[in-house]
Structures are given as C-alpha cells and as structure tokens.
Design a binder for this molecule. Structure first.
Ligand code: PLP
Length: 439
C-alpha cells in the first residue's frame, strides 16, 4: 500500500486555501477518487512526494519537461540567469536567440511574439486572426482544448456542427455564438460549415495531433483537406501545437504531416518548465500586432530572461547533433515510446484486456476501448472504471501517470531502458487488476 499520510494532510489544508486544493483542476485527482501525492522534488524522470515515495514520471509537468526534471544544463543556466535579475521589461538578446531557434525548427513562423501561457498564445492568435481578416467567427473542434479564454471554452456537444453553447458558466452567449464547434476527424462536418459561412470565418483552430481528449491522431489526409478548405475561403488556419510541438516531431505536427498553417501556437516545451508560450506565423499577418499594427497584445513578464533561458537550454538539448550511432533527440524519444507501448499492448493482451494505444512521437496514451478512437465521442465511450483501476495500480507501483483517460502521457530524454522495462512490468499487474475488477 502506498503511504500518503502527509500528502493527505497537506491536501486537506490546501482545500481550504484553493478551490479543490489546486491551481489547475486535473491535479486534484477528482477523476480517480483518490488524493494526489504532494510533490517535494523531481530529478531526471523521477518525482518524489512529501511522504518519501518515488515515481517514474510520465506527466512531465503536462508536457514541458522533455529533457526531464532539473536537467543540470538547464539548472545551471537558470542559476546564472536568476543572479542577473529575473525581469527587466526591456529588450534582451536572449529573446531573439530563442525566437531564432524556434524559427529554425518551424519555418512557417517568420515572426513571433512570446507570451506566458498557451492560453494567452491561442487567445492572442485568435484576436490577430479576427483583426487581420475583419471577420468574427471561428471554428474549433469538439474535444480540442486551447486554454481557457472565453471564446475557446465552448464545446457545443457532439453531433454535427452546432452553434456555440458555452461550456462554462461565465462565458457569455454572445462570445460563444461566434465559436462554431465541429467533430474532430470529420472533414464533411467542416466542409458543411465552410460551405455555409466560410467567408465569415476568421480562423479554424485545431490541435493537429489532439492531446486533450486523450492522444488522438488526425486521419490520413484530414489536415491537408482542412488546409485546402481554409485557403479556399480566406480563413486562417491556426495550428495549436502547444502540446504536439517538438513532440509529434521536432518540427511538430506541421513537419510530421507536411502542412503549412498560417499561424502556430507553441507552449509547454518552449519554456522548458517555466511559463512561456508563443504565437507566430506569416510575417504579413504578424505585422498586424502592436506596435507595428493595430491588434493589441502585451505582457509585463513576456520574454523575461529567466523563462527564455529555460526554453533556450531545453531547445538546445533537443536540437543538438546526435551522438554517433544514435538518432536525433526526438527520434530517440519516439523509439522509447514505441517500446513502452508495445510492452503495454503485449501485457494487456496477456490479461485479456483490449486497449487502443496511440502514439505521436513522444506523446502517447491508451484507451480502454474495444473500438478505434478518432474523436471526442469515441474517447468518451472508453471504460472509465477500468481506467481508474489501472491508474491506481500503476500509482501504487510507483508509476506516475495523468489521472484521466482524457490526458496524454509524455516520454522524456531522462527515461532509461530500465525504467521503461519496470513500467511494462507494472502494467502487467495493472491490466491483470483491470481484468479481475471486470469479473
Ligand atoms: C496546454 C495546452 C494549452 C494551454 O496552455 P496553458 O499554458 O495551460 O495555458 C493550449 N493548447 C493546447 C493544445 C494545450 O495542450
């Protein structure tokens, strides 16, 4: 049995201080009916809670920690940067350095603006798209998450294209009405909306590899057709690669699938564990942003040298020339992820449990589902009870996974073959527990 007494006491106190005891909802473990471990520190691919338990971490702060926790090169650079002052609110060389590094890997980004969170990046990209096109409507896909700004907190439920219903109290009907939601991976649904009102739509925003309804891949040709439809109507295509950037491939989903979006949002890895995100794209569009253009957007701490340092060191590590006989960083992560998932699949089969295992580079996840998973409805039809049993068994065995089937898992460069083997062994027991619970 996992001992979590100190964590339980800390959680009880935190619940008086913050809604649900947390500063972001999924951390509360509400989906899995147990208390979250309180984390004391992390090193490499491991995290340690205040009760002294050790875990192999596949959450990686929800994506950013592609080089693992407290990587020595990142820590050293941060210590040096912190000693020089953490923010000046004035231009610095390192902002341009990070911008150039990002553009080397994302040629579709000719100009960018740094912000502090993925939420800010998508919100700002939409404002820019509306300002640039002089149109007000946007299209998003059901089950895609783009942060919590009002016009993107709209889901509208499943089925064919539905005109916006807010998915959270506090989002006004007026705001929601301009957001059209369509099912993911259904090109006909998008085509129908574009045929009806494409010329009023400023932007289509998409997670080109979806990561917030579990890990769901785009169907063959889907993104290409989306690109063609948006182009036809003068609608901007925004790739929200906050999660899949540097993961689906080094150059994100746009490189993996060979699509050039008009605007791209990056986050998570780009800040290497500090709060950084960015939006960027075609120069002519980006020049509409203040002060060169009329579309306003600003930030007191945007581009601060501490955050830029963590991002730059992380990108240096993952873009470094590979050692002899090895593939590049992201390729190695992809292979490790494949090994882990093959192991999990074999163990699931042994236990007589059917899973759908999905991978895009170093993003991965499984669904307890007999059927293929291509969209939010499919994902919702997965066995939630089985997931809870699996999750708790893995946690007990020191494997730290995201506490929801709707989340994606992440491989880091710090994960060793030995740890992956241990994770596969643990999965064997966890799938057996699922099979036993179903009997
Ligand atoms: C995490 C995420 C966001 C939001 O980023 P925050 O930094 O949490 O605001 C936006 N889009 C996608 C695809 C994400 O995964």
């Amino acid at each position: 049995m996992l001992h979590l007494e100190k964590s339980a006491a800390a959680f009880a106190e935190a619940k008086h201080l913050m809604p649900g005891g947390v500063n972001s909802p999924v951390r509360s473990y509400a989906n899995v009916d147990c208390n979250p471990p309180f984390i004391d520190h992390g090193l490499g691919d491991k995290i340690y809670d205040i009760d002294g338990n050790e875990y192999i971490d596949y959450v990686g702060s929800w994506g950013p920690l592609v080089v693992g926790h407290a990587h020595p090169q990142v820590v050293k650079a941060l210590q040096e940067a912190a000693a020089r002052g953490t923010s000046y609110g004035a231009p610095t060389l390192i902002e341009s350095e990070l911008a150039k590094k990002v553009m080397e890997v994302y040629p579709s980004i000719e100009m960018l603006r740094m912000v502090n969170s993925g939420t800010e990046a998508t919100m700002s990209a939409l404002r820019l798209a509306r300002g640039y096109t002089h149109r007000e409507k946007i299209v998003k896909f059901i089950g895609c998450y783009h942060g919590h700004s009002d016009s993107l907190l709209v889901n509208a439920g499943s089925g064919m294209a539905t005109f916006g219903v807010p998915s959270s109290p506090g989002v006004t009907k007026g705001t929601a009405a301009d957001t059209i939601s369509v099912p993911y991976n259904d090109i006909d649904a998008l085509q129908a909306v574009m045929d009806e009102c494409g010329d009023e739509i400023a932007a289509v925003i998409v997670e080109p590899v979806a990561g917030n309804m579990g890990c769901v891949l785009p169907k063959q040709g889907y993104l290409r057709q989306m690109r063609a439809l948006t182009e036809k109507h003068g609608t901007l295509l925004i790739f929200d690669e906050v999660m899949c950037g540097f993961r689906a491939s080094l150059g994100g989903a746009q490189a993996a699938y060979g699509i050039t979006p008009d605007l791209t949002c990056l986050g998570k890895i780009i800040g290497g564990g500090l709060p950084v995100a960015a939006y960027g794209g075609r120069r002519e569009i980006m020049q509409q942003v203040s002060p060169t253009g009329p579309v306003y957007q600003a930030g007191t701490l945007s581009g601060n040298p501490l955050a830029m340092t963590a991002g730059l060191e992380t990108l240096k590590l993952i873009t470094a020339e590979p050692e002899d006989g090895k593939g590049d960083y992201v390729r190695e992560l992809t292979l490790k992820t494949k090994k882990l998932l093959l192991g999990w699949q074999a163990k699931a089969q042994e236990a007589g449990v059917t899973i759908q295992a999905h991978q895009a580079g170093s993003m991965f996840g499984i669904f307890f589902n007999e059927h293929e998973v291509w969209n939010y409805d499919d994902s919702c039809a997965s066995d939630q009870e089985a997931f809870k049993v699996w999750f708790k068994s893995m946690l007990e065995q020191g494997i730290y996974l995201a506490p929801s089937q709707f989340e994606t898992l992440f491989m880091s460069g710090a994960h060793t073959d030995e740890d992956i083997d241990r994770t596969i062994e643990a999965a064997g027991k966890a799938f057996a527990a699922v099979a036993a619970a179903r009997k």
